[in-house]
Design a binder for this molecule. Sequence first.
Ligand SMILES: *[C@@H]1O[C@H](CO)[C@@H](O)[C@H](O)[C@H]1NC(C)=O
Ligand SMILES: *[C@@H]1O[C@H](CO)[C@@H](O)[C@H](O)[C@H]1NC(C)=O
Length: 218
Amino acid sequence: MAAILVLFVMTFAVVLGPAAADPDLLQDVCVADLTSGVKVNGFTCKAIANISAADFSFNGLAKPGLTNNTFGSLVTAANVEKIPGLNTLGVSLSRIDYAPGGLNPPHTHPRATEMVFVLEGELDVGFITTANVLISKSIKKGEIFVFPKGLVHFQKNNGKVPAAVISAFNSQLPGTQSIATTLFAATPPVPDHVLTKAFQVGTKEVEKIKSRFAPKKK
Ligand SMILES: *[C@@H]1O[C@H](CO)[C@@H](O)[C@H](O)[C@H]1NC(C)=O
Ligand SMILES: *[C@@H]1O[C@H](CO)[C@@H](O)[C@H](O)[C@H]1NC(C)=O
């Protein structure tokens, strides 16, 4: 009986294991048809006759992004929405630029682990485990840091010069939930009574934060 239970648990683990990342592809390529109205898990494939090298290339990370915004940082994504050829391949990149003092505020990627490689400058980075332990470090040019899938993390440029990283993800579309924006700028809004109780503050404080994060279209 015990042996059967062990076998059952192992089978379950093996079946679930590969599903922990983007599903594997079942053909050479499946270049995303971003215009298709057909909804599947990912994007439908363009006809092979209609694909070209352009579907597999992107020059949008070549130049630094503009960091003259509230947080002093900018994420430029190179995911399946920019590179249709990434559809079903389970990987993508971003470039993140940081002004001096710039912050990429606490956020999570529900579908991917992230590795950052520092191109320029220095960053203070960290993630928080589900046991609420902060794992943090200062990293500089040429160094790498890993943010495990789903965990809240951030990067801050405490240096006097701009910084930049390339981030790699094990998902064609990692998704991002920025904690403050998610809670204080959702549409329709998360009710004040939820936030006052969750953060143990008054309605005034909640309204103040909400006003700073007024929803804006990207
Ligand atoms: C290839 O693209 C052309 C132009 O967009 C379109 O008219 C045609 O239907 C496509 N071919 C296939 C097989 O999807
Ligand atoms: C940021 O800088 C660019 C280029 O200098 C400028 O066009 C843009 O308006 C600036 N944005 C803000 C929010 O100041």
